[in-house]
Design a binder for this molecule. Structure first.
Ligand SMILES: O=C(O)CCC(=O)C(=O)O
Ligand SMILES: [Fe+2]
Length: 183
Protein backbone atom coordinates (compact mmCIF):
# COMPACT_ATOMS: atom_id res chain seq x y z
CA UNK A 1 0.00 0.00 0.00
CA UNK A 2 1.39 3.36 -1.08
CA UNK A 3 0.76 5.37 2.06
CA UNK A 4 2.87 8.10 3.57
CA UNK A 5 5.77 7.14 5.79
CA UNK A 6 5.89 9.40 8.84
CA UNK A 7 8.95 9.82 11.07
CA UNK A 8 7.90 11.95 14.05
CA UNK A 9 11.31 12.89 15.50
CA UNK A 10 13.67 12.75 12.54
CA UNK A 11 15.28 16.04 13.66
CA UNK A 12 15.20 17.79 17.05
CA UNK A 13 13.71 21.27 17.35
CA UNK A 14 17.24 22.53 18.06
CA UNK A 15 18.47 21.01 14.80
CA UNK A 16 15.56 22.59 12.88
CA UNK A 17 16.38 25.97 14.38
CA UNK A 18 20.03 25.53 13.36
CA UNK A 19 19.00 24.83 9.75
CA UNK A 20 16.70 27.87 9.70
CA UNK A 21 19.46 30.07 11.17
CA UNK A 22 21.91 28.87 8.50
CA UNK A 23 19.54 29.75 5.64
CA UNK A 24 18.39 33.05 7.15
CA UNK A 25 21.45 34.81 5.75
CA UNK A 26 20.96 33.54 2.20
CA UNK A 27 19.26 35.45 -0.63
CA UNK A 28 16.12 33.63 -1.79
CA UNK A 29 14.90 32.60 -5.22
CA UNK A 30 11.25 33.01 -5.95
CA UNK A 31 9.79 29.51 -6.04
CA UNK A 32 10.37 27.92 -9.41
CA UNK A 33 8.07 25.08 -10.26
CA UNK A 34 8.87 21.78 -11.88
CA UNK A 35 9.56 22.77 -15.49
CA UNK A 36 10.70 26.23 -14.35
CA UNK A 37 7.39 27.99 -14.82
CA UNK A 38 6.52 30.91 -12.62
CA UNK A 39 2.89 30.80 -11.69
CA UNK A 40 1.88 32.35 -8.43
CA UNK A 41 -1.55 30.83 -8.67
CA UNK A 42 0.12 27.46 -8.32
CA UNK A 43 2.86 28.28 -5.84
CA UNK A 44 4.00 31.22 -3.80
CA UNK A 45 7.09 30.55 -1.69
CA UNK A 46 10.68 31.61 -1.38
CA UNK A 47 13.40 29.04 -1.91
CA UNK A 48 16.96 28.45 -0.83
CA UNK A 49 18.92 25.52 -2.24
CA UNK A 50 20.67 23.75 0.61
CA UNK A 51 23.81 23.09 -1.44
CA UNK A 52 24.32 26.87 -1.62
CA UNK A 53 24.39 27.16 2.18
CA UNK A 54 27.62 26.63 4.16
CA UNK A 55 28.28 23.44 6.03
CA UNK A 56 25.00 21.55 6.27
CA UNK A 57 26.48 18.18 5.28
CA UNK A 58 25.24 16.71 8.59
CA UNK A 59 21.70 17.47 7.39
CA UNK A 60 22.23 15.57 4.13
CA UNK A 61 23.68 12.61 6.03
CA UNK A 62 20.56 12.43 8.21
CA UNK A 63 18.20 12.89 5.25
CA UNK A 64 19.85 9.97 3.44
CA UNK A 65 19.44 7.78 6.55
CA UNK A 66 15.76 8.69 6.87
CA UNK A 67 14.97 8.13 3.18
CA UNK A 68 16.82 4.78 3.17
CA UNK A 69 14.99 3.64 6.28
CA UNK A 70 11.59 4.74 4.93
CA UNK A 71 12.24 3.04 1.63
CA UNK A 72 13.25 -0.20 3.37
CA UNK A 73 10.22 -0.07 5.70
CA UNK A 74 7.55 0.90 3.27
CA UNK A 75 8.24 1.46 -0.42
CA UNK A 76 11.01 -0.82 -1.68
CA UNK A 77 11.51 1.45 -4.70
CA UNK A 78 14.66 1.25 -6.81
CA UNK A 79 16.22 4.53 -5.61
CA UNK A 80 19.89 5.12 -6.35
CA UNK A 81 20.87 8.75 -5.92
CA UNK A 82 20.05 12.23 -4.70
CA UNK A 83 20.42 14.12 -7.96
CA UNK A 84 19.18 17.53 -6.76
CA UNK A 85 19.98 19.83 -3.90
CA UNK A 86 17.49 19.79 -1.03
CA UNK A 87 15.26 22.85 -1.14
CA UNK A 88 14.17 24.96 1.79
CA UNK A 89 10.90 26.81 1.22
CA UNK A 90 9.33 29.66 3.19
CA UNK A 91 5.60 30.22 2.94
CA UNK A 92 4.66 33.64 4.29
CA UNK A 93 1.07 34.54 5.20
CA UNK A 94 1.79 38.16 4.25
CA UNK A 95 2.66 37.05 0.70
CA UNK A 96 -0.11 34.52 0.09
CA UNK A 97 2.19 31.54 0.61
CA UNK A 98 0.82 28.24 -0.69
CA UNK A 99 1.49 25.43 -3.18
CA UNK A 100 -1.52 23.99 -5.07
CA UNK A 101 -2.04 20.28 -5.84
CA UNK A 102 0.83 18.86 -7.87
CA UNK A 103 3.03 15.83 -8.45
CA UNK A 104 6.82 16.20 -8.19
CA UNK A 105 7.63 14.19 -11.30
CA UNK A 106 8.61 16.68 -14.01
CA UNK A 107 10.24 16.66 -17.41
CA UNK A 108 13.79 17.68 -16.60
CA UNK A 109 16.64 15.17 -16.41
CA UNK A 110 16.54 15.11 -12.61
CA UNK A 111 12.86 15.94 -11.99
CA UNK A 112 11.88 13.08 -14.32
CA UNK A 113 13.72 10.59 -12.12
CA UNK A 114 12.17 11.59 -8.80
CA UNK A 115 10.86 8.52 -6.98
CA UNK A 116 10.46 9.55 -3.32
CA UNK A 117 9.77 12.98 -1.84
CA UNK A 118 10.78 13.76 1.74
CA UNK A 119 9.41 16.86 3.50
CA UNK A 120 10.82 18.00 6.87
CA UNK A 121 8.78 20.43 8.99
CA UNK A 122 11.21 23.15 10.07
CA UNK A 123 8.76 25.44 11.90
CA UNK A 124 7.02 25.21 15.27
CA UNK A 125 3.35 24.64 14.32
CA UNK A 126 2.23 27.10 17.03
CA UNK A 127 3.83 29.92 15.06
CA UNK A 128 1.64 29.63 11.96
CA UNK A 129 -1.92 28.77 10.87
CA UNK A 130 -2.84 27.00 7.64
CA UNK A 131 0.13 25.87 5.58
CA UNK A 132 -0.90 22.23 5.93
CA UNK A 133 0.89 19.69 3.79
CA UNK A 134 -1.83 17.40 2.41
CA UNK A 135 -0.97 14.25 0.46
CA UNK A 136 -3.26 12.09 -1.67
CA UNK A 137 -1.49 8.74 -2.11
CA UNK A 138 -4.87 7.11 -2.90
CA UNK A 139 -8.49 8.24 -2.79
CA UNK A 140 -8.08 9.87 0.63
CA UNK A 141 -6.26 13.02 1.65
CA UNK A 142 -3.73 12.60 4.46
CA UNK A 143 -2.56 15.49 6.61
CA UNK A 144 1.19 15.42 7.17
CA UNK A 145 2.38 15.61 10.76
CA UNK A 146 2.84 19.32 11.55
CA UNK A 147 5.29 18.75 14.42
CA UNK A 148 8.62 20.53 14.08
CA UNK A 149 11.31 17.99 13.16
CA UNK A 150 8.88 15.47 11.74
CA UNK A 151 9.37 14.02 8.29
CA UNK A 152 6.87 12.71 5.72
CA UNK A 153 8.08 10.50 2.88
CA UNK A 154 5.79 9.68 -0.05
CA UNK A 155 6.00 8.60 -3.70
CA UNK A 156 6.91 11.62 -5.83
CA UNK A 157 4.05 10.88 -8.20
CA UNK A 158 1.46 11.29 -5.38
CA UNK A 159 -0.52 14.52 -5.57
CA UNK A 160 0.15 16.87 -2.66
CA UNK A 161 -0.42 20.51 -1.73
CA UNK A 162 0.39 23.12 0.88
CA UNK A 163 -2.81 24.91 1.88
CA UNK A 164 -2.74 28.72 2.03
CA UNK A 165 -0.93 29.98 5.11
CA UNK A 166 -3.11 32.30 7.19
CA UNK A 167 -0.69 33.52 9.88
CA UNK A 168 3.07 33.56 10.28
CA UNK A 169 5.71 31.77 8.23
CA UNK A 170 6.09 28.05 7.61
CA UNK A 171 9.45 26.66 6.54
CA UNK A 172 9.99 23.19 5.10
CA UNK A 173 12.87 21.24 3.64
CA UNK A 174 12.19 19.02 0.62
CA UNK A 175 14.57 16.45 -0.84
CA UNK A 176 13.99 13.90 -3.57
CA UNK A 177 15.47 10.44 -4.07
CA UNK A 178 15.99 9.46 -7.70
CA UNK A 179 16.13 6.25 -9.63
CA UNK A 180 15.18 4.57 -12.90
CA UNK A 181 11.63 5.21 -14.15
CA UNK A 182 8.78 3.05 -12.80
CA UNK A 183 7.85 0.11 -14.99
O1 LIG B 1 6.58 22.58 1.56
C1 LIG B 1 6.07 21.48 1.48
O2 LIG B 1 5.55 20.92 2.44
C2 LIG B 1 5.98 20.75 0.16
C3 LIG B 1 6.96 21.24 -0.88
C4 LIG B 1 6.72 20.57 -2.20
O3 LIG B 1 5.73 19.95 -2.44
C5 LIG B 1 7.76 20.64 -3.25
O4 LIG B 1 8.76 21.34 -3.07
O5 LIG B 1 7.58 19.99 -4.30
FE1 LIG C 1 5.95 18.82 -4.20
Amino acid sequence: MMAVHSVPDAFTTWECDRIVAAIAKMPTDEALLVGRNRDHNLRNAELVWMDDVGDLSWVMTRLIEVVSHSNNQQFDFDVREFAESPQIASYDAAKGGHFAWHSDIGNGPAAGKRKLTLVLQLSNPDTYDGGDLEIMPSAHILLANRAQGSVSVFPSFALHQVTPIKRGIRRSLTVWAHGPPFR
